[in-house]
Ligand binder design. Sequence first.
Ligand code: DDK
Ligand code: ZN
Ligand code: ZN
Length: 325
Amino acid sequence: MFLFTLFMVPSCRVLIDNLQAALDAQFDSQARTASHSYVKYNNWNTVKSRIYHIITLNPDLVSRSVIGKTYEGRPMYLLKLGKNGANKKAIFMDCGFHAREWISPAFCQWFVKEAVETYGKDSVMTTLLDKLDFYVLPVVNIDGYVYTWTNDRMWRKTRSKNAGTTCIGTDPNRNFDAGWCTLGASDYPCSSTYCGSAPESEKETKALADFIREHLSTIKAYLTIHSYSQLLLFPYSYTYNFISHLMCSYSFPVKLCLISSPTDPAAGGSDDWAYDQGIKYSFTFELRDTGRYGFLLPESQIKPTCEETFLAVKYIANYVLEHLY
Ligand code: DDK
Ligand code: ZN
Ligand code: ZN
């Protein structure tokens, strides 16, 4: 959202004047070990082993499948959470579309942990997992995520090669077949919002879209987790929507404002595409913060961010369960 806004508005504003200080400040948690922690940012290897661990400990609630491979050949793991049951409807949630939005994969991990820990204790979560399945894709753009740990913390796109240029990558959230590359996306491969050579040109977006197409009869909600801005966005972003809804709802259990993005079009997004497939509860989350740290959100904010977002996801899931269609 942030970079995109820069293109759209005539004037710019410096949000972070000392980037190195912000880079250092993100690792402010006390626990500095190589092992996994839910209140730290974890690299892909650590996330991967934690996924394996959680399945081993909760075989009756969590299972794993591979929905495809990334451009660089990494398996894309999809977790399925829920008690075994017949004809269950499902909620699909993904994290880590954009490599530098580290709080996003942190939330998907938190969600899985919190769901299995509160099953059998919290009555709402117990009902949710008894009656629904959650498909959780913890990191969509794994290659990009790895690259932010090894080379460039601020990388956003995939890591695929583009013909005729040395510029790398496509914006996975401009790569879906929903008004593809019309508004708020670039057809220039060097742009951070490059839409790709065609809809689903990226192996990662193709794998995600294929899975959703194959499970359309069961998937009733699509949630995609990004940062930052603290917004909850609903379709469409591929058209100018002059009916702007801004509701910072008081009944909603989080401090998030719900908007459709009328002034900031962004065609080719997964939420709009999922909505067009008939999934009527389709939302993009933009987690903390509002710009103080931006993508470099300090680790001390992982817990509060995940707690408030968990409430929101639980609330939406419960609503979907009570309004099955
Ligand atoms: O992809 C973006 O630029 C942001 C998340 Se960083 C979301 C844009 C609005 C929703 C796109 N359908
Ligand atoms: Zn964003
Ligand atoms: Zn994003």
